[in-house]
Design a protein around this ligand. Structure first.
Ligand code: ATP
Length: 235
C-alpha cells in the first residue's frame, strides 16, 4: 500500500533522513521506532507532504505521490494524528470530530457520518457535547484518533501518540490504538515507546540518525538485543 524508496530530507545542511526505504501492506500495523531526533517526525511530515524531500520517492497504492500537495493527501485516503493531538479545546468533541470530515472526498466517504467513530469509541458519543479541552489526556487522544478516522482513511499515520502522557494514560492510548487496528485500518505508528508500539505491530522499522538500522516483525524486534542498542542510539 505504501512504499518509501530511498528517501532523503535535508534541513539546510543538516541531513535528517538518509535513504529511508520501507513498505506497509494493506491491513498491517507497522511501527517506526527510534529515539529523539532519529527522524521519525521528519518521515511522517514527508509522508504527509508537509516536508519537501531532497530525493527518493513515496508511492501510495501504486501511484507516485512524492510531489502531491499536502492538502490532497487526505483525499487519497491518508490521515494523520499529529504529535500533540492539536485539538480545538474550546470546541465540543463532536465539532472536533467533524473537522476531520471537511474534505469533499472525506465527506463522500464518510457521508459526514460519525457513527463509525461513536461505535468504535462509545465514550465519545456519550460526551459529544463536552468541550474537548475538558477531557482527560487519554480521551483527547481518542478524539484526535476519531477525527482522523472520520474520513475512513485507508492509511492512518500516528505521530508519537503517547508523548507527554502519564504511564497509565499511555496504556489507555495503546488500548485505543488496538481497537483501531482490530478494525483492519492500516496503521503507521511513529513512537519512542518501543515496547508497547512493537507489541501491537505486525512489523517494525528502527530508525537511528535518519536511516533504517533494523527491521523485522514486532516479535523479532522485541526479542532483539540489537534493538535495545539501536534504540539507545548505539548503532
Ligand atoms: P522527536 O521524537 O524528538 O520528534 P524524531 O525522531 O521525530 O525525534 P525529527 O524531529 O524528525 O526526529 O528530527 C530529525 C533530525 O532533524 C534531528 O537532528 C533534528 O534536530 C533535525 N530537525 C528536525 N526539524 C528540523 C528543522 N525544522 N530544521 C532543522 N533541523 C531539523
Amino acid at each position: 500500500m505504501l512504499r518509501v524508496n530511498n528517501l532523503e530530507v535535508k534541513y539546510g545542511e543538516a541531513q535528517a533522513l538518509r535513504g529511508v526505504t520501507l513498505a506497509i501492506d494493506r491491513g498491517q500495523t507497522v511501527s517506526l521506532i527510534g529515539s529523539n531526533g532519529a527522524g521519525k517526525s521528519t518521515l511522517v511530515k514527508a509522508l504527509m507532504g508537509m516536508q519537501p524531500v531532497t530525493s527518493g520517492s513515496v508511492e501510495f497504492e501504486g501511484n507516485d505521490i512524492t510531489a502531491t500537495q499536502p492538502t490532497e493527501r487526505p483525499e487519497l485516503g491518508i490521515a494523520l494524528v499529529p504529535e500533540g493531538r492539536r485539538l480545538f479545546k474550546d470546541l465540543t468533541v463532536q465539532d472536533n470530530l467533524l473537522l476531520g470530515a471537511h474534505h469533499p472526498a472525506a465527506r463522500k466517504r464518510s457521508g459526514g457520518d460519525i457513527s463509525f467513530v461513536f461505535d468504535l469509541f462509545p465514550v465519545l458519543g456519550a460526551r459529544r457535547r463536552q468541550l474537548a479541552g475538558t477531557m482527560s489526556g487519554g480521551e483527547q487522544q481518542m478524539v484526535a484518533l476519531g477525527r482522523a478516522l472520520i474520513s475512513r482513511p485507508s492509511l492512518l499515520i500516528l505521530d508519537e501518540p503517547s508523548l507527554g502522557l502519564a504511564p497509565i494514560v499511555v496504556d489507555e492510548v495503546f488500548e485505543t490504538i488496538k481497537r483501531v487496528t482490530a478494525e483492519g485500518v492500516t496503521v503507521l505508528l511513529a513512537e519512542q515507546n518501543m515496547q508497547q508500539a512493537l507489541s501491537l505491530s505486525d512489523y517494525g522499522y528502527v530508525l537511528a540518525e535518519g536511516t533504517v538500522v533494523l527491521e523485522g516483525t514486532g516479535g523479532e524486534l522485541l526479542a532483539s538485543e540489537e534493538v535495545r542498542r539501536a534504540y539507545l542510539g548505539g548503532v
